[in-house]
Ligand binder design. Structure first.
Ligand code: AMP
Ligand code: MG
Length: 512
C-alpha cells in the first residue's frame, strides 16, 4: 500500500451497508424489485492508457497519477477496500415512466473519506451490470472526452456538477450507430472515473414507489438525509418538507446557472437529476452559440424539443413534481407537498430574474427590469447572435453603440440597428452609464466548451491518439472568466462554418 495509491485511500461502503441490495453478484440483466443496488465487477480494459487526469480532483482524494491507478480506473481489478456495485433506479424518460433503468454502464468503486467529506468514485463505461438491459455497458471515447471536459469546465464556471478524475482509453473497439440511421461502426472505447458526494437521483426514489416497496423508499430516504442532508430530520413531515424544499431550490439554482452560461443538458429525464442539484450524466448536451431558446443539441429530441434551452426551468419543476409525488407514501399529511412545488416554481423564476440581472450588471432588481430583459432576449432571438461573445463584449462597452458588439453577430444576419440602439440606450440609462463591469465579468464567461471545441479535441484523440487539444481545453477552462488574451484568437470565437451542420457540433445523439 503506497501513499497516493488507490488502496491507500480510506474506502467506505455506507450505501451498501445501509440500503437493501441484491443477493446475486453480477449476473444477467434482470429486474431487482425492492433493492437499491447489485454488486458488479468492472470489466478490465485490454490496453488501458491513462489519457486525461484532473490533478485537483486527485489532490482532493489524495491520489497520485500512475499507470497502476490507470489500470484500476480503466476497469482493472478493484483495489483493496473497494466494493463495486451498480445502483438501481428508475426514471421518467421524455415524460414517460420507463420503469427500472439503473447503472447500465456505471459501476461505483466505493466512497472515499476526504477532508471535503465523502466522495463516491464511479466508473462510466466499464462493462455490463444487471441494469445494462440490451446494451453493452461500454462508452466511446468521444462521449467520454465530452464528459471529462465538460464536467470539469462546469465546475470552474461555478455550476454545480459532478466531477471527473480520469479518462482511460481501453484499447477496445465499441460499435455505435451514431445517428441511429443503420450505419453502425467501431469506435475507440474509454472509461471515465467521475466523482460526486453520491450518484443518487430522483429516479432512485421513484422506482420504489412504482414497485410498491415503501420500506425500501423509507430506508433510502433515511440514508440520503442522514449522510447528505444531516441538518434535516427525515422522520417527520416538517423535516421531509424542509429537505425537499432544499432539493427543489438547489435544482432550480443549478438550472439558473445553466441558463446563465448557455448550457443545454439535452436529456433531463428524472434518472438524470441528482438529488444534490448537481449537473449529472453528460450525454448529448450542448452549448448555445447563436442565442436560441428553442435549440436542443439532442437529435432524439429534435421533434418535440422537450429539453430545449428555454424549457429547462420548466422541466426542472416538472421533475421536482415527480420527486415530490414519490415522497407521498412517507408523508402523514400529503397536502404539504404541493406548496413545495409552488415555492419551487417561484424560487426558479426569481433565480432566473437574478441571473439576467447579474448578466446585465443591474444590481438590485427594479420593476421595469423584466421588460428590459425580455426585450433583449427577443432581440437576441431575432438575429443570429453569439450568446457568449455578446454578453462578454457587453461587459466592456464604452458607449451604447451596437458597433462594439458587431463581432457577436453571425455573418449574413443583419441586426435591426434602430431596435438595438433603442435597447442599448435603455440599458445604458438603467446602469447610469456605469455598468458593474467586474460583476458582469463574473456572470458572463469568456470561454465555454463550445460544441466544436470539444469536437476538435475528439478528432485529434480519435485520429492520432493525441490528447493535447483536450489538455489545452482542460487548462483553458479552469479560468473561464479570465481574459487569457493568448487564447482569444483561437477559442474566443463564434462557431466556424464547418461546424454548422457537423455531427457532434450542431447535433448529437444519445448513442454514446
Ligand atoms: P442516459 O439517458 O444516458 O442517462 O441512460 C439511460 C439508461 O440507459 C441508464 O440506465 C443507463 O445506464 C443506460 N445505458 C446507456 N448507455 C448504455 C450502455 N452503453 N450500456 C448499458 N446501459 C446503458
Ligand atoms: Mg443517465
Amino acid at each position: 500500500m503506497t501513499n497516493g495509491s488507490l488502496s491507500a485511500l480510506s474506502w467506505h461502503a455506507r450505501f451498501l451497508g445501509e440500503t437493501p441490495g441484491d443477493e446475486v453478484v453480477g449476473g444477467r440483466q434482470r429486474q431487482v424489485p425492492g433493492k437499491c443496488w447489485s454488486k458488479a465487477t468492472p470489466t478490465p480494459a485490454p490496453e488501458p492508457r491513462l489519457a486525461l487526469w484532473s490533478t485537483e480532483m486527485a489532490e482532493t482524494l489524495g491520489l497520485e497519477r500512475s499507470d497502476e491507478t490507470g489500470v484500476v480506473l480503466g476497469g482493472g481489478e478493484p483495489a483493496p477496500g473497494m466494493q463495486p456495485y451498480a445502483q438501481r433506479y428508475g426514471g421518467h424518460q421524455f415524460g414517460n415512466w420507463a420503469g427500472q433503468l439503473g447503472d447500465g454502464r456505471a459501476i461505483t468503486l466505493g466512497e472515499v473519506k476526504t477532508e471535503e467529506g465523502f466522495l463516491e468514485l464511479q466508473l462510466k463505461g466499464a462493462g455490463l451490470t444487471p441494469y445494462s438491459r440490451t446494451a453493452d455497458g461500454k462508452a466511446v471515447l468521444r462521449s467520454s472526452i465530452r464528459e471529462f471536459l465538460c464536467s470539469e469546465a462546469m465546475h470552474h464556471l461555478g455550476v454545480p456538477t459532478t466531477r471527473a478524475l480520469s479518462l482511460v482509453t481501453t484499447g477496445e473497439a465499441v460499435v455505435r450507430d451514431v445517428l441511429y440511421n443503420g450505419n453502425p461502426a467501431p469506435e475507440p472505447g474509454a472509461v471515465v472515473c467521475r466523482v460526486a458526494p453520491s450518484f443518487i437521483r430522483f429516479g432512485s426514489f421513484q422506482i420504489h414507489v412504482s414497485d410498491g416497496h415503501h420500506e425500501t423508499l423509507r430506508t433510502l430516504v433515511d440514508h440520503t438525509v442522514r449522510h447528505h442532508f444531516p441538518h434535516h430530520d427525515a422522520r417527520t413531515d416538517d423535516g421531509l418538507v424542509a429537505w425537499l424544499t432544499e432539493v427543489a431550490e438547489s435544482t432550480a439554482t443549478m438550472i439558473a446557472h445553466w441558463m446563465r452560461v448557455g448550457f443545454v443538458h439535452g436529456v433531463m429525464n428524472t434518472d438524470n437529476m441528482s438529488i444534490h442539484g448537481l449537473t449529472i450524466d453528460y450525454g448529448p448536451y450542448g452549448w448555445l452559440e447563436p442565442y436560441d431558446v428553442d435549440w436542443t443539441p439532442n437529435t432524439t429530441d429534435a421533434g418535440r424539443r422537450r429539453y430545449r434551452y428555454g424549457h429547462q426551468p420548466h422541466i426542472g419543476a416538472w421533475n421536482v413534481a415527480r420527486l415530490l409525488e414519490s415522497m407521498a407514501p412517507l408523508m402523514e399529511d400529503k397536502s404539504r407537498l404541493q406548496p413545495i412545488l409552488d415555492h419551487s416554481m417561484e424560487f426558479a423564476m426569481n433565480a432566473q430574474s437574478e441571473t439576467w440581472a447579474e448578466k446585465l450588471g443591474l444590481g438590485t432588481l427594479e420593476e421595469a427590469d423584466e421588460a428590459l430583459v425580455n426585450d433583449l432576449l427577443a432581440l437576441l432571438g431575432a438575429t443570429e447572435v453569439d450568446m457568449t461573445l455578446f454578453f462578454r463584449h457587453l461587459c466592456s462597452i464604452s458607449e451604447p453603440d451596437i458597433g462594439h458588439l458587431s463581432d457577436a453577430f453571425y455573418e449574413g444576419s443583419e441586426p435591426d440597428t434602430s431596435a438595438w440602439k433603442a435597447w442599448l440606450d435603455r440599458w445604458w440609462k438603467r446602469v447610469d452609464g456605469k455598468p458593474d463591469r467586474e460583476g458582469m465579468r463574473r456572470a458572463n464567461p469568456k470561454y465555454v466548451l463550445r460544441n466544436w471545441m470539444a469536437q476538435l479535441a475528439i478528432d485529434a484523440a480519435e485520429e492520432k491518439g493525441d490528447f493535447s487539444i483536450a489538455e489545452e481545453l482542460h487548462e483553458l477552462l479552469k479560468r473561464p472568466y479570465d481574459e487569457q488574451p493568448e487564447h482569444e484568437e483561437k477559442w474566443f470565437q463564434k462557431r466556424p462554418e464547418w461546424a454548422r451542420h457537423r455531427v457532434g457540433c450542431s447535433m448529437l445523439s444519445c448513442s454514446s
